[in-house]
Design a binder for this molecule. Structure first.
Ligand SMILES: [Fe+2]
Length: 264
């Protein structure tokens, strides 16, 4: 598996606090079957003012650790960008993409989107970047309006889901949306968003097994391996979910189906 969303670099955000914690995380990811990962520290003005040079310096520390401890895991530079007005210029000036590709990982406030949310995403696209929305299932605006999520996806914004969301790590509302998104097929990649072993379980292997048995092994391979690999290689992602969109149009969303079954 390839994990494109991790907070493994030591001491620069709310993830690993020191190199020992970085080691714990790397070992745990390797034990789950992760062979490659992207380090994506938060970049938030006034909170986590990380720059490409800080990220590169920390990356070297972790690379030395990987070699010393002979871990069979490969690490790439990246960032989790907070959606704020100057974010596009920050990315352009400092090359804050995933593994030096054109893909960027972007997050925003969980409760409500900023007014210029879509505008910022489309500005990125106009500049040739390929935005991936981090843990989309955690955003409240999508919980009551999955069609809004589909609208975003149809505008070629890619969707990353957290492995823990499938198992209720972030609560039932997030879990319900995550399951509906998997059923509809509007997910492009699943990643751990690991912050540390004491915080939330990683559950990458469990999530892979869940998708393989509830969707199919092919879809699990796309979400955990093929699409993440394409991100690293700067190749177009598999959008093989068109069939699912068609199916949804015919049958309605899972929520609507449940509503009609239970006459809610
Ligand atoms: Fe994150």
């Amino acid at each position: 598996m390839i994990d494109i969303h991790t907070h493994v670099l030591p001491g620069i955000d709310d993830g690993a606090q020191d190199i020992f914690e970085s080691f714990e995380i790397l070992q745990a990811l390797a034990n789950q079957g992760v062979t490659e990962l992207v380090a994506t520290p938060h970049i938030i003005s006034g909170v986590y003012e990380n720059t490409r040079s800080i990220i590169d310096r920390k990356l070297i520390e972790v690379q030395v650790l990987i070699e010393e401890r002979e871990l069979s895991i490969k690490i790439h530079p990246g960032a989790e960008l907070y959606c704020e007005p100057d974010v596009v210029s920050k990315v352009k000036n400092e090359n804050l993409t995933l593994a030096n590709s054109n893909y960027i990982l972007i997050e925003t406030e969980l409760q409500r989107f900023p007014d210029n949310f879509e505008e910022i995403l489309f500005n990125f696209q106009q500049d040739g970047f390929l935005p991936i929305l981090a843990h989309a299932e955690r955003f409240s605006p999508f919980m009551n309006d999955i069609d809004y999520l589909l609208k975003i996806v149809n505008r070629e914004i890619y969707i990353q889901m957290n492995s823990g969301s499938i198992f209720g790590v972030y609560g039932n509302a997030v879990r319900n949306l995550a399951l509906e998104m998997l059923n509809i097929g509007c997910v492009h990649v699943i990643a751990s968003d690991v912050h540390g072993l004491k915080k939330r379980p990683i559950l990458m292997k469990d999530a892979y097994d869940f998708v393989a048995s509830n969707q199919s092994k092919e879809i699990a391979e796309i979400l955990f391996y093929e699409n993440p690999k394409r991100i690293l290689h700067n190749e177009p992602l598999i959008h093989n979910f068109d069939g699912y969109f068609e199916e949804r149009k015919k049958t309605g969303s899972l929520k609507n189906k449940l509503k009609s079954i239970f006459k809610l």
